[in-house]
Design a protein around this ligand. Structure first.
Ligand SMILES: [Zn+2]
Length: 289
């Protein structure tokens, strides 16, 4: 029998997620770019470090000691449009600094021990991104993959996988056999999973000059039991992922299933700087006996 007061995990790492296409207004609550810029400062003020998401997974898998990652935070972006990398003129909100450039700006004025890093989970299929650009953005071809290699080469933005097509309801055809859209937990056959995970990783690897993604973020954060208990654990040499992320609003703990690592989402789990401050203080200052 384990005594919870003696055996609790000491270190937990919050992963914060942003969506760069969330640009509705030029204020914190209505713009994930402005939220990210503010949150980097908050994280710094709290004396926390930002570490690459891959290091969170290294720690989770026993490759790093608790002491190497204590009081750390990781950052991820979902969907991977051009708003992640290029400054763009938004049709109603004007020029938007890209998430990449916000990281770069922060790093330019921060000490070397306080450098920011993030991981962009991108939709793999070029056809899906082209269609989503038409239906969800303004049809200016702002969902291309021209920036992936440059982002990774710069060393402050990793590119990882957010499925083949997001089984997005705006697409005419999705890689789900019954054409059930808008729910990634409907990926529950080998045939569908092969496209959403393996084919998706293969394409990203081609664009990244051979470096296949090793992390996956489920669209809308959900996955079927088949994917979590069979496809991912049993086909590792095929798909080459070593962890996958949901949007369960908790910090990553050593006890989590590697195929169900949690993440917090900006705009859902906190909507103001003070909300993030409370959230991070609750996790990173917590002392488990
Ligand atoms: Zn998404």
């Amino acid at each position: 029998m384990i005594n919870p007061f003696q055996a609790g995990p000491k270190v937990k790492i919050p992963v914060l997620t942003y969506h760069a296409i969330n640009v509705l207004q030029n204020n914190y609550a209505g713009n994930d770019h402005l939220a990210l810029a503010s949150d980097l400062e908050t994280i710094c003020e709290l004396g926390l470090r930002i570490i690459p998401l891959n290091r969170v997974v290294d720690w989770h898998q026993g490759l790093l000691e608790d002491g190497e990652v204590s009081r750390s935070v990781a950052i991820s972006f979902d969907d991977g449009s051009w708003f992640d990398f290029y400054d763009l003129e938004h049709p109603t909100c004007g020029m938007q600094r890209s998430m990449f450039n916000i990281l770069k700006d922060f790093n330019t004025r921060s000490a070397t021990s306080r450098q920011a890093h993030a991981t962009s989970f991108v939709i793999s299929s070029p056809q899906a991104r082209f269609s989503l650009d038409q239906s969800g953005l303004i049809g200016k071809d702002w969902w291309g993959d021209q920036w992936w290699l440059e982002a990774v080469s710069a060393g402050l933005l990793d590119v990882e996988c957010h499925s083949w097509d997001h089984v997005h309801p705006d697409l005419d055809h999705v890689a789900q056999q019954e054409q059930v859209k808008g729910d990634f937990s409907q990926i529950k056959s080998f045939k569908d999973a092969e496209i959403q995970f393996n084919r998706a990783g293969e394409y990203i690897g081609e664009v990244l000059a051979g470096r296949r993604p090793s992390l996956f973020a489920y669209p809308w954060g959900s996955a079927s039991d088949y994917v979590v208990t069979e496809y991912l654990p049993e086909n590792r040499s095929r798909h080459q992922y070593r962890a996958a992320f949901t949007v369960d609003p908790r910090a990553v703990a050593k006890t989590d299933n590697r195929w169900l690592l949690p993440r917090f989402v900006c705009g859902r789990d906190w909507i103001a700087p003070q909300g993030l401050r409370n959230l991070l203080n609750g996790i990173c200052n917590a002392r488990v006996l």
